[in-house]
Design a protein around this ligand. Sequence first.
Ligand SMILES: Nc1nc2c(ncn2[C@@H]2O[C@H](COP(=O)(O)OP(=O)(O)OP(=O)(O)O)[C@@H](O)[C@H]2O)c(=O)[nH]1
Length: 333
Amino acid sequence: MSASPSYESICLPIKFMNALSRSQDLNETLNLISYWLPKIIESDRASVCLGNRPDETLEVYALFGNNAIKAKTILPIHGTMVGRVYQNKTLEIQNNLRKSEDLDCKKLHQGGLNSCMDAPLQKLGNCFGTLNIGSLSDSAYQPEDAVMLECIANWLANYLHSQMEISVQKKRAETDPLTETSNRRCLTTVGNEMFSRWKIKHQPFSMIMIDIDNFKRINDCYGHNAGDQVLINFSSVVRQVIRKSDHFFRMGGEEFVILVEGNDKSISKYAERIRQAVEDMSVQYEQSKIKITISCGVTSVHREDDKLECVYCRADQALYQSKQNGRNLTTVI
Ligand SMILES: Nc1nc2c(ncn2[C@@H]2O[C@H](COP(=O)(O)OP(=O)(O)OP(=O)(O)O)[C@@H](O)[C@H]2O)c(=O)[nH]1
């Protein structure tokens, strides 16, 4: 390493400070941190890990530089240096990675690194992640570097923690608690964004509106809890059939919407696949096996549509026709 940083001061790039204070998004903040950290403490790799409490794992959320452990990698807490730092809430330095028995250190060494240092990210005494750097050099990190990383981690933990809180609350506000699908409020946001992209960039999209058939009978026959279980299982089956790029919403009651990006000519076949998957499923509730069917209304955005509601109304009309024609059907308008 070149000149050692001093114990008394840290030099922070103004561009980093400005970008950090402007960032309103957790991912953007994580990426900013991993991008700028090697410029503050000389390193060949920087990453941020966030803890996943129920799973006892850590996920690499952002990464810059050497790719020895890739972003999105899930690391166990036990048997890793990063896990120990997370659990003990104490910074660690490993200046000879080839000698380490820790899983993450071995991976870093296989990827060409020789030293690493991890610091806990803490708020109110709780550790929620780690800030990590790595170097190609042997014995890269000295006690003064540890003082710096710890200080930076404590300072950044405030930003990260408040943004994590905001993103949890945002997710909660946009999620239906029963089925864990996005809710109607989220449909308005995502739908209007897709509609703007259609108007400005001519990127088309389609809407599939779904309504469970004779759902009232299920509640009447088996009880409200059974009805809830049907809604949960139905949502899970739909999530298995749709693609990652699709957006799935619960409008309320037993009515759902899927927004599909792009100009999918086979959208009716796609809706049929969903309808068939639901027809094939059965919900075990106490001693009963409950079968359900759905009706679908499908439409794509048209040139003459001047707002999202036009698409919504057409999908609703198509759904109405499916109901009128006997249910368990898909209608395209
Ligand atoms: N269990 C349960 N039932 C719900 C929930 N939300 C709405 N419902 C019930 O869903 C039923 C919907 O009934 P209807 O609107 O008459 O529709 P349907 O029986 O599915 O009939 P069609 O749509 O015409 O096929 C009502 O009895 C609502 O009380 C929920 O979260 N859980």
